[in-house]
Design a protein. Structure first.
Length: 125
């Protein structure tokens, strides 16, 4: 049985997003997974749907990804942000933008799943 936790993938269209969609579907506590292709659509979708988790790719097209985190958290404080960064500089920027977790791309899928499960509400950790 799928969970009732909603997630938003804010990742550029392509193989990474496709793989993340499949990976997210394997996490039992996640039910609905919506997708945004750029920062403005991420902001709109998060405000409208209030996802529990936003998986954000650093450098998302449309600009304003970092400021969108604060805007979304101001409206929906329960939203959790996991950022996938390409560089240590992006990792620092994501932390400065109040992301709840930041990982460098290329990590093993099991580590990504473990991080997501650790962030989800009711995990206790």
């Amino acid at each position: 049985m799928k969970g009732d936790t909603s997630a938003l993938l804010a990742v550029r269209p392509g193989p990474l997003r496709d793989a993340l969609r499949v990976l997210m579907s394997t996490i039992p506590r996640i039910g609905i997974v919506q997708e945004a292709r750029d920062a403005p659509s991420m902001l709109d979708m998060a405000i409208e749907h209030h996802p529990a988790l936003v998986l954000l790719e650093a450098g998302l097209p449309g600009g304003g990804g970092w400021s969108a985190i604060d805007r979304i958290k101001a409206i929906w404080p329960e939203a959790l942000f996991l950022v996938l960064a390409d560089t240590c500089q992006e990792k620092r920027a994501a932390r400065a933008a109040h992301a709840d977790a930041v990982l460098l791309k290329g990590l093993p899928p099991a580590q990504l799943v473990e991080t997501i499960e650790g962030l989800l509400p009711g995990h206790g950790g």
